[in-house]
Ligand binder design. Structure first.
Ligand code: ZN
Length: 264
């Protein structure tokens, strides 16, 4: 008898857990305006581990913001959202329109409402100089949406090719990333600065994507030499993170180390 009870217990313990329905949502009155909210689909660590299957439609993403960056199902390129429009910079360097039914595995958006605008009319020699200039303008410690519009003597970007299963880790994918160079170009940079609190959740520091003014080129920003730019900043005090129901992939690796590798 005792043995059969033990077996019964083991059978329950080994069975796949069945989750009950989520509890009804609690309505809280403490919520900041949508303009101060960073809305994020999935986490960077999930993406680093190869969770590239899209699960959120761009129609849904657009309900949470008009300004953002991300990627596409199967990691098919770099996403730039500006003035509500979503663009796909694929690994051929070209820009494609995005349908509302397309899916993303990882994206960040907000309603862009700049709280500070500054014109920088001197040539900045490189991306670190640009980042330093923005450091002096943004509120320290707070996540910040960054929009930079203007002309650039030089820019270097990258995109990533669509992946097939079994998905490799992101650090492997970026080893063969195609890069693109632009000289004397006008356009817009879209992205965010995030504090170290976001390690594992998102890219910390600056993460910018570029789109040419004629919307024919762009990508994840690697190098920049701005000539004349307008910087617009929006501090973000609220963070909303939505995770997929399943996070798989090859876990492991040092998140902070791998983040640096995939960003440069
Ligand atoms: Zn990027």
């Amino acid at each position: 008898m005792k043995r059969s009870l033990t077996l019964l217990f083991l059978a329950f313990a080994l069975a796949l857990p069945l989750y009950a329905q989520a509890p009804p949502a609690v309505v809280s009155s403490y919520s900041l305006p949508r303009e101060e909210t960073l809305f994020q689909v999935s986490s960077l660590s999930a993406l680093l581990n190869g969770n590239y299957d899209g699960w959120t439609t761009f129609a849904d993403l657009k309900k949470h913001g008009d300004f953002g960056i991300g990627t596409f199902n199967a990691l098919d390129g770099e996403m730039v959202q500006v003035d509500g429009q979503i663009y796909q910079v694929r690994s051929d360097g070209k820009v494609y329109p995005v349908t509302d039914t397309a899916l993303t595995p990882f994206a960040v958006t907000t309603y862009f409402y700049p709280r500070l605008t500054r014109v920088i009319a001197v040539v900045l020699p490189d991306l670190p100089a640009l980042e330093k200039a923005i450091d002096a303008l943004r509120l320290p410690g707070l996540p910040c949406a960054v929009k930079i519009t203007g002309s650039f003597d030089y820019l270097k970007t990258r995109s990533v090719p669509a992946q097939s299963k079994p998905y490799p880790r992101l650090v492997e994918v970026v080893k063969t990333q195609p890069t693109f160079e632009f000289t004397n170009v006008t356009g817009v940079m879209v992205g965010f600065w995030l504090p170290r609190d976001f390690v594992g959740l998102n890219v910390t520091g600056y993460h910018l994507h570029f789109l040419t003014a004629d919307r024919t080129g762009g990508g994840h920003l690697l190098e920049a030499k701005p000539r004349q730019i307008t910087v617009e900043l929006e501090p973000l005090r609220q963070f909303q993170l939505i995770l997929p129901e399943e996070i798989g992939g090859a876990a492991g690796g040092n998140v902070a180390e791998e983040t640096t590798k995939v960003e440069n």
